[in-house]
Design a protein. Structure first.
Length: 255
């Protein structure tokens, strides 16, 4: 299962990488996570090509986006997801069947033991895959926020605020970092933002991320957190289970 395959033609201009594709599409081993990064900007021709990969329901959803740019992001992001999954499973992208759990987290009907989660922010998409357990991922573009202080106040605990406000130069990037800790965890456990971020407290000490507490008895043990940067002003976090997991961040940032 999930053995090496030929690299899908459809993704050749989409997946961001630091070298020409000379490799095959890698197999996904137990104890490993694949973290892919894709550029969601593409030529109109590429977007049309990838639109055809979507299911009729996804094409309908795409048509509801008010802004063309958002529609394009959705088409690209969903099509890349379908092609990645289809390559792992050795099936056609159109045969991938996804459904959402009660609180919205998508899973694969074809093979629920191929765990995945995706996140997009401002033309960049990230995709995490595991054969072992649920994963959560969140990426955010670090951008000016007019209501930054209010957001910090509303979403961060007092311990987190102390870290974020310690160095004014780092306030914005630390806010986004803590935000992605929280969102990636909430996506790993499938809650999404139904559990508000101030119900979780994270610590960050010498680069090590820890989940200190979660209110309401939500699952907290054994989750690991890995933050990742991307070229340009992006920050992201991957939440996964199992110490010693190998994270294959195969495609280096390059915008
Ligand atoms: C899921 C959620 C955390 C996404 O946040 P976001 O920053 O906008 O988006 P991201 O790009 O990081 O992630 C989006 C992807 O996460 C996945 N996702 C959706 N719900 C999820 C959940 N409960 N847990 C984990 N992943 C989820 C989907 O693949 C989604 O992609 P899609 O929007 O293209 O279908 C947020 O929208 C949420 O909590 N929603 C729950 C509340 C809700 O659904 N409200 C809508 C009205 S009922």
């Amino acid at each position: 299962m999930y053995e090496e395959a030929e690299f899908p033609e459809l993704l050749k201009n989409v997946i961001i990488q630091h070298q020409p594709i000379t490799m095959n599409f890698p197999g996904l081993l137990k104890g490993e996570i694949h973290l892919w990064t894709a550029s969601l900007t593409a030529s109109p021709e590429k977007i049309e090509e990838l639109r055809l990969v979507l299911s009729p329901e996804e094409q309908l959803r795409a048509s509801y986006f008010k802004y063309e740019s958002k529609q394009h992001d959705y088409i690209m992001s969903q099509a890349v997801l379908r092609v990645l999954i289809s390559t792992y499973l050795h099936i056609a992208p159109g045969d991938v069947i996804m459904q959402a759990r009660k609180k919205g987290k998508p899973f694969l009907v074809n093979d629920p033991s191929l765990f995945f989660n995706i996140s997009n922010s401002h033309e960049v998409g990230v995709y995490a895959f595991s054969r072992d357990a649920e994963v959560g991922v969140d990426i955010e573009k670090i951008r000016e926020l007019p209501d930054l202080d209010e957001l910090i106040d509303k979403n961060m605990t007092s311990g987190e605020k102390a870290i974020i406000l310690k160095d004014p130069d780092k306030k914005l990037s630390l806010f986004f970092q803590f935000w992605t800790f929280k969102e990636s965890y909430l996506k790993a456990i499938g809650e999404g933002m139904r559990l508000t971020p101030d119900n979780l407290e994270f610590s960050l000490s010498e680069g090590k991320i820890g989940l200190r507490s979660v209110k309401f008895g939500f699952e907290a043990s054994d989750w690991q957190f890995k933050d990742f940067a991307r070229r340009g002003p992006y920050t992201g976090t991957l939440t996964h289970k199992g110490r010693g997991t190998v994270i294959r961040d195969m495609y280096l940032p390059h915008q």
